[in-house]
Design a protein around this ligand. Structure first.
Ligand SMILES: [Cu+2]
Length: 121
């Protein structure tokens, strides 16, 4: 009996540990977004981003925030390890150049049209 309850306690603690770890990751992301020098909000709807071109400064921490106005979209930057889901933000620090922004969720018929340019300079 005692052994069983010890097991349960161990499992419960493990579960709490996993939850805390995940939550911490998200908090850390939000925290670094607050410390970014600039925040750029990108709005997504069916089936386009609100601008054809976004400009951000190079070699600086910039928070990109994705707002889904309608539909369910996420934002990726081609060639970069960036994937931002609706309602959240992520900090990027990019070299000068032109990047391509795309929706990374198969969101419907116009999905392939969801392309914008990110100019970093
Ligand atoms: Cu899409």
């Amino acid at each position: 009996m005692l052994k069983k309850s010890l097991w349960l306690a161990a499992i419960a603690m493990l579960a709490i540990g996993i939850l805390a770890a995940c939550g911490g990751g998200k908090e850390k992301k939000e925290e670094s977004a607050k410390n970014a020098e600039e925040t750029v909000t990108i709005e997504a709807k069916n089936f386009e981003f609100d601008k054809k071109e976004y400009k951000i400064p190079a070699n600086k921490d910039v928070a990109l925030k994705l707002e889904n106005v309608d539909g369910n979209h996420a934002l990726m930057i081609e060639g970069e390890d960036v994937n931002i889901s609706g309602g959240s933000s992520d900090v990027v620090n990019l070299k000068p150049g032109e990047y391509t922004i795309r929706c990374s969720i198969p969101c419907g018929n116009g999905h392939a049209d969801m392309v914008s340019k990110l100019v970093v300079e």
